[in-house]
Design a protein around this ligand. Structure first.
Ligand code: SF4
Ligand code: FES
Length: 248
């Protein structure tokens, strides 16, 4: 396949940035999208040019590091997958592909296609955990009965990989889907009840301080989420927040 790539290049956070055109002449449909970028980068390095910086780690849809906005969609045109799981067979010979970073005020560009998503880490630090007694008298987790339905819903929420596609897809750059998944995975389980009120209050406060926008129920986040995190989690987080607010 012959492809024209239009890629966002930005030397640093201070640089203004611009789209730059590249040509690739021998792309296999069996390549992953990131392998295609590897080929481009080898070409750039061979010519003495600066390779395109992009995030990746596991390359199998688990870590949430890859984060490209491809032809106007977070993680590209396929559904239920991350950028690293996207294959070039989704494109046609002669296509022009636009590749940009995830854009949001709370995700500043570091270089080229790499954005700083440490705002997500700070939200997690604010409350996305449970405190466990590790004194030696810890109760085996399996000793606590949990209904199958609650366990399934908690596990579904816990599949959020923190990629940030929900933020990038949202016209308000809202992080509600991510935060609600992290709240829900504990709100649904007995182990999460002790800190439930503090968790939702602190995580929402941190979310607002990081500069994410509000949710206006458009639902783009759910459509683009590679893990199918449901909007129901946002409704659950709102209920948790209201209940915690009333408790004071
Ligand atoms: S909710 Fe989905 S899109 Fe948002 S961070 Fe989690 S996995 Fe990524
Ligand atoms: S590189 Fe880990 S999810 Fe894509």
């Amino acid at each position: 396949m012959k492809l024209t790539l239009k890629i966002w290049r930005q030397k640093s956070a201070q640089d203004k940035g611009r789209m730059v055109d590249y040509q690739l002449d021998d792309v296999s449909p069996d390549m992953s999208f990131l392998e295609m970028l590897d080929v481009l980068n080898q070409q750039l390095i061979d010519n003495g040019d600066d390779p395109v910086a992009f995030d990746h780690d596991c390359r199998e849809g688990i870590c949430g590091m890859c984060s490209l906005y491809i032809n106007g969609e977070a993680h590209g045109p396929d559904r239920g997958i991350t950028t690293c799981q996207l294959h070039m067979r989704m494109f046609d010979d002669g296509d022009t592909i636009y590749i940009e970073p995830f854009r949001a005020k709370a995700f500043p560009v570091i270089k080229d296609l790499v954005v700083d998503r440490s705002s997500f880490d700070r939200i997690q630090h604010a409350g996305g955990f449970i405190s466990v007694n590790t004194s030696g008298n810890t109760i085996d987790a399996n000793a606590i009965p949990i209904s199958k339905h609650a366990a399934d819903e908690a596990m579904d929420a816990a599949t959020c990989i923190g990629c940030g596609a929900c933020v990038a897809s949202c016209k308000n750059s809202s992080a509600m889907l991510f935060v609600s998944a992290k709240v829900s995975q504990f709100a649904l389980l007995p182990q999460g009840q002790v800190e439930a009120a503090d968790r939702v209050m602190n995580m929402v406060k941190q979310m607002d301080e990081e500069g994410f926008g509000n949710c206006t129920n458009t639902g783009a986040c759910e459509v683009e989420c590679p893990k199918g995190i449901s909007l129901e989690n946002i409704a659950r987080m709102n209920r948790e927040y209201l209940s915690a607010s009333l408790k004071g």
